[in-house]
Design a protein. Structure first.
Ligand SMILES: [Zn+2]
Length: 326
């Protein structure tokens, strides 16, 4: 039963690293997990959802020890990897390795260190390759007034960018989320435009750091998981915006809202409505811009739902298993 469950999980992991083919051969043969794992001190194992990744992707790291663990920390090319433990498994820690959208392709070493309850040090090392992401490029020729915001708007946008950077730099040491994540719009299963680069009149802009989810104005927007509201205001580019801090350096971003229903400082439970879909900010039509930042790395938010499980699937299952007559 256990190995069967493990196979299912590994199969699901394969595809969000966007290296499905490479991962398939490595993960389907028995014992291949060890290869995907890297080297550890005796009694400890490290498993990665994939050994290769691409710009904007997210990998799950699992550290298991023969003895209960009291702490585990990770470093990947100078960035820390957030780890957490789950109730009932003291000898195991899970972590997220986040590959920024613009991280230079190459090979990076993952170093994991920690300690067991008996003060014994543990450590693991693995090499993770980052490949170039495959993102769409859109070339547009438009009137100058549409490309260049005036100096006042530039100043405002710069200040807001810095404000967001300061937020993403802060790491709340506690994990505020618990369980699976969800796509914030009911019934929406995928999003578009992640990593898309727009070249306006020959000048490349910053890549699109989130996904655009289809929705009509007024559609409720749900918190992807439990978190604390750290920003709830109107911004130049993303219009009415909410940012949730989920702890451990993980933040979700919700933009272009027609209405914000929460305030900075509020703690939202998973699924809570934080606002409504709209077309505020610099957009051509209503949709939700949804972003995910982990340890300052901008990654595709759909991957957290795939990696940690989809909270809405559970709701759907529960609903469909309810007796139809009551
Ligand atoms: Zn967008």
């Amino acid at each position: 039963m256990r190995s069967e469950g493990g196979t299912v999980v590994r199969k699901r992991w394969m595809c969000f690293a966007l290296v499905c083919l490479a991962a398939t051969s490595a993960l389907l043969s028995p014992g291949a997990t060890a290869k995907a794992a890297g080297t550890c001190t005796a009694g400890t194992t490290l498993r990665l959802s994939a050994t290769e990744s691409s710009q904007g992707s997210l990998l799950l790291v699992q550290v298991k020890s023969a003895k209960p663990l009291t702490e585990v920390q990770g470093d990947w090319g100078g960035r820390s990897v957030p780890f957490w433990g789950e109730a009932g498994s003291t000898a195991q820690r899970k972590g997220l390795l986040a590959v920024d959208l613009e991280k230079a392709p190459g090979e990076y070493e993952l170093k994991v260190t920690g300690q067991t309850a008996r003060d014994k040090k543990i450590s693991c090392r693995a090499r993770v390759t980052v490949r170039k992401g495959r993102f769409a490029t859109e070339k547009l020729q438009v009137g100058k007034q549409f490309v260049e915001p005036n100096s006042e708007q530039i100043k405002r946008a710069d200040e807001e960018r810095q404000k967001l950077r300061d937020i993403f730099d802060r790491v709340t040491p506690e994990r505020l989320w618990d369980g699976k994540f969800r796509i914030p719009l009911h019934g929406v299963t995928t999003g578009t435009n992640f990593g898309r680069r727009r070249i306006l009149n020959g000048n490349p802009g910053t890549p699109h750091g989130g996904v655009d989810l289809p929705g009509t104005t007024g559609t409720p927007v749900h918190a992807a998981q439990r978190g604390k509201v750290v920003l709830a205001e109107e911004l130049f580019f993303s219009g009415n915006t909410v940012v949730l801090d989920h702890g451990l350096g993980m933040y979700t971003f919700y933009g272009h809202l027609s209405e914000i229903d929460v305030m900075t400082g509020d703690t939202l439970e998973a699924d809570a409505v934080l606002g409504k879909v709209g077309a505020t900010g610099r957009v051509t039509g209503p949709h939700l811009h949804w972003g995910l930042t982990v340890e300052r790395a901008r990654v595709n938010p759909l991957l957290i739902v795939k990696l940690l499980g989809d909270a809405t699937e559970e709701t759907t299952r529960k609903e469909s298993s309810k007796p139809s007559t009551n």
